[in-house]
Design a protein around this ligand. Structure first.
Ligand SMILES: [Zn+2]
Length: 351
């Protein structure tokens, strides 16, 4: 939101400055120089209007992106999607919506898969159902891969109540779409795979199927950034989990957005259940020793309740949180050779 503020302030400041300048200029007008001054003035006006258009453009862009983010969360967590439980009609509807959005954004299916859908079996206690991940990607300047992920499944209908899962995890899914759009428009250094996982709620099964059968060699995957529940917190706290195991990542976990408290933690094994390391899809990457950062909020009153609805998320916190996550990914992507982040520390330890 700071972006709007500063742009508006500078818009009026600039406008006033130009008006003052223009006034002064007219006082200097004299007949012999009139034509010359008119020419300068015309150019100046052209420049001003261009500059103002550019300034307003970026405000408009941010506003449009935020509106789309909220719209995606609202749609995916509406009753029509019946809580997106794996293997249900609601899950199928979500996929149809997500495939439409991926196509709109223009991110492609990976050539190895040939389509967005990656099918796998979800194993229940006494049954097997069909699970479907949706995988897309943006080619970077190198073949090193960052996997940005979010699970789109939730827990469906229980006792005739729809568990809409707005925060868990329509919020992460919509964020992934927004970040995919950014990188489609601004090519990253690293190749980014965008993975929308199914069956997280039944034991991270979509993410496990992905790392068991990835579209690129597993060694190429240098980092997983997972988002799960990023829209609901009353204290403006967003957690980044993973620096206990990978302290090298701390220097990239910085933001220029003053509205979000970016917290590190929930990743020390001594914390027991409060260690979130393996509690969402990043756990499947961690099991393969792939470094990860998981973004999420503390559990809240609506966590895994039917009240986890669109109307209960914190909209401003959410749009700010997404901008912070995107900023962190950009910070890391600037490092062309991600492996070196982790190599440096190994060498330091050896010395
Ligand atoms: Zn979740």
């Amino acid at each position: 939101m700071r972006i709007y503020g500063s742009n508006l302030v500078s818009y009026y400041q600039r406008k006033n400055q130009y008006l003052r300048f223009y006034k002064n200029k007219t006082l200097w007008l004299d007949i012999p120089n009139f034509k010359f001054q008119l020419k300068i003035m015309n150019r100046l006006l052209l420049f001003i209007s261009l500059a103002l258009q550019l300034g307003c453009g970026s405000v408009k862009e941010v506003k449009t992106a935020n509106a789309q983010l909220l719209k995606d969360v609202e749609i995916l967590s509406s009753d029509e999607y019946e809580g997106r439980k794996s293997g249900t009609k609601g899950s199928e509807l979500s996929r149809a919506y997500l495939v439409k959005r991926l196509k709109e954004i223009g991110v492609e299916a990976h050539s190895v898969l040939g389509k967005y859908e990656q099918n796998f079996d979800i194993k229940g206690r006494n049954s097997v159902t069909k699970g479907v991940n949706l995988i897309s990607y943006v080619k970077g300047k190198t073949d090193d891969v960052i996997v940005v992920s979010a699970h789109y499944d939730h827990i469906g209908i229980i006792n005739n109540e729809i568990y809409n899962g707005a925060d868990d995890n329509a919020s992460g899914v919509a964020a992934l779409l927004s970040i995919a759009k950014h990188f489609k428009e601004h090519q990253p250094n690293n190749t980014i795979i965008f993975a929308l996982f199914d069956a997280e709620e039944v034991g991270l099964q979509g993410a496990k199927a992905f790392v068991a059968n990835p579209p690129v060699a597993l060694e190429k995957i240098k980092l997983n950034i997972n988002m799960d529940m990023i829209s609901h917190n009353d204290k403006s706290e967003l957690y980044a989990v993973g620096t206990f195991k990978y302290p090298q990542l701390k220097k990239y976990l910085i933001t220029t957005n003053p509205n979000i408290k970016l917290m590190l933690g929930h990743d020390d094994p001594k914390l027991g259940h409060d260690d979130w390391t393996n509690q969402s899809d990043q756990g499947a990457f961690n099991a393969k020793n792939i470094p990860f950062i998981y973004f999420g909020v503390e559990d809240h009153k609506d966590y895994h309740k039917a009240t986890d609805e669109f109307k209960n998320i914190n909209q401003t916190f959410y749009t700010d949180a997404v901008s912070v996550i995107q900023e962190v990914i950009l910070n890391i992507d600037k490092q062309r050779d991600i492996q070196s982040i982790f190599r440096e520390t190994l060498q330091m330890k050896k010395q």
